[in-house]
Design a protein. Structure first.
Length: 286
């Protein structure tokens, strides 16, 4: 067993080192800071509008359930910073939010998507990027798709318990408690598919769909590890709150977005190394 593990590590080390080298050569650390800042500016308009839209579709109860599910997988300090603002908006009249802030929310959120696109373009060694107007239109399309996904998930969250209750009533079969874990699997599936779509649509040099999954898997694993590690760190680092005071939640949110950006860019570099032969060829992959 030890020999097998040693052989696997020896085989994995060269490509892993190449991924790290490319991440550093493309200014990954600085780029992730840009992504974190852009996400911080974009996330609130996006979530406020998406939550208001969900409340308009499935009601306030459904929107609040969606917000709770959304923040269940993020570090506690991040949830404590963002969730109260969203719940406050959900409790307000949603008509004004939908009519007055729609364009601003879409534009701000698309700016965050543009930051991710820059990271993907660098990782995939893009020579000639898309025209700025076309790139922004694609980013806006990604944002609109995000609104739709959030609304659909809100509907699933609010109607799933009703479906389980009807199933038990009609079949007389008790729904096991383990079924609740399906929402976590659903969350991972949505995260994975969203990352795949971003890698497929955003870069100016797209690759075949199946070739994107190594990077997507790497991003999901890194994100899960980073979110868990950040939660443990914040729970066991009392000096963190003392150092930043009332800004502790904001700093934790920025750090979370930084790690999220690092997971996305690192995953793109994994794809670049895994598909070095295709990226080295002239032109785009069909």
């Amino acid at each position: 067993m030890k020999k097998l593990i040693h052989a696997m590590l020896k085989a994995a080390w060269p490509p892993l080192w190449e991924v790290v080298r490319r991440f550093d050569a493309h200014g990954g650390s600085v780029l992730c800071g840009h992504i974190a800042y852009s996400m911080m500016l974009a996330i609130m308009p996006f979530l406020i509008f998406a939550t208001a839209l969900a409340g308009f579709v499935v009601g306030q109860q459904g929107a609040e359930a969606a917000v709770a599910a959304l923040f269940a997988g993020v570090p506690e300090h991040v949830a404590q910073t963002l969730e109260p603002v969203l719940l406050e908006v959900v409790g307000q009249r949603r008509g004004g939010v939908l009519t007055l802030s729609a364009l601003g929310a879409i534009w701000a959120a698309s700016a965050g998507v543009e930051a991710v696109r820059i990271g993907l373009d660098r990782a995939y060694d893009v020579g000639d990027a898309r025209h700025v107007a076309l790139g922004r239109l694609i980013s806006i399309g990604v944002v609109l798709a995000g609104f739709a996904i959030f609304a659909v998930l809100s509907a699933l969250i609010i109607f799933a318990p009703l479906a389980f209750a009807l199933f038990q009533k009609w079949t007389k079969i008790a729904v096991p408690v383990e079924v609740d874990y399906l929402r976590y699997l659903l969350g991972l599936a949505v995260l994975s598919l969203s990352l795949w779509a971003m890698h497929r649509v955003l870069p100016s040099r797209p690759m075949g769909g199946l070739r994107l999954w190594p990077g997507v898997a790497a991003s999901v694993l890194i994100w899960l590890a980073a979110a868990t590690g950040l939660s443990v760190y914040l729970a066991n680092a009392p000096n963190y709150t003392i150092t930043y005071g009332t800004l502790a939640g904001v700093m934790a949110t920025l750090l979370f977005f930084y790690l999220t950006g690092a997971a996305i860019v690192f995953g793109a570099e994994v794809n670049a190394v895994a598909n070095a032969d295709r990226l080295g060829q002239a032109g785009h992959e069909p």
